[in-house]
Design a protein around this ligand. Structure first.
Ligand code: ATP
Ligand code: PRP
Length: 219
């Protein structure tokens, strides 16, 4: 790889998901002594220096985190279990449940709507996970891939059900939908590149250990 602006070969690189995971992950990083020098919410920089000279942060799309970690562009990453389940490769370690950005992956729909058609239509961003779930129930669902606002699909007749994340349930309620089945509980996980676990063992295990302590003793 060619040299980058502010990244050295010996740096420890941590990829964080933009958005709500970042809000929960930054306080954890601060508690283990890693603080970005620029505000990630305001900075246009893609590689952020931190209070530790040898540690850099990448703030990227949630769905890109496992890719960066699997290919070694980042040594560690923080991503939602929903994203990890949907990701095709699994060539990284997942040593720690950080317990942040908790929610549930659920099946939801309009109350009282018939679900007896032979091949129900399911709208979701989580195509792979949804297909596996309905297959495990012995159902051949037709999966309609969407990239957001899944709640709209049953309202306009695009799908019979949705598979989406639910936290407070407010988004479902605001759209007249009800939660029907829980596919699984979701939280964010720490993932680690397999080579980095060997070549940067001392620093990687120090970070895993420090995060584990912080997660076990909530602030
Ligand atoms: P992108 O913009 O890349 O498509 P996104 O819109 O899914 O990502 P966020 O809404 O910030 O980005 O969600 C990122 C992660 O946060 C999800 O992968 C999930 O793990 C978690 N998450 C999403 N919605 C909720 C929620 N309502 N409550 C708690 N955690 C959530
Ligand atoms: C997520 C998810 C739901 C909502 C659930 O969307 O896709 O729509 O949160 O949360 P609730 O149960 O607390 O209402 P998000 O706000 O991330 O918007 P998005 O459509 O951009 O993913």
């Amino acid at each position: 790889m060619t040299a980058t602006v502010n990244r050295n070969a010996g740096d420890l690189v941590i990829a964080l998901s933009k958005g709500r995971i970042l809000e929960d992950a930054l306080p954890l990083m601060t508690r283990i002594g890693i603080e970005p020098l620029d505000d990630p919410a305001k900075s246009r920089k893609l590689v952020l220096d931190t209070s530790r000279e040898d540690v850099k942060l990448l703030v990227i799309r949630a769905t890109d985190v496992p890719t960066y970690v699997e290919y070694g562009a980042a040594d560690l990453g923080v991503a939602g279990k929903d994203v990890l389940m949907e990701y095709e490769g699994h060539d990284y370690y997942e040593p720690l449940d950080l317990g942040i950005a908790r929610c549930r992956l659920m099946v939801a729909g309009l109350p009282g709507q018939d679900f007896s058609r032979r091949r129900p239509r399911i709208a979701t961003k989580y195509a792979r996970t949804a297909r596996d779930y309905f297959e495990s129930l012995g159902m051949q669902a037709e999966i309609i891939k969407l990239y957001g606002s899944m709640e709209l699909a049953p309202l306009v007749g695009l799908a019979d059900r949705i598979v989406d994340l639910v936290d407070t349930g407010n988004t479902l309620k605001a759209n007249g939908l009800v939660a029907m089945e829980t596919i699984c509980e979701i939280s964010s996980r720490l993932i680690v590149n397999k080579a980095a676990m060997k070549t940067k063992h001392a620093r990687v295990s120090e970070i895993i250990g420090a995060l584990r302590e912080v997660v076990e003793q909530p602030a």
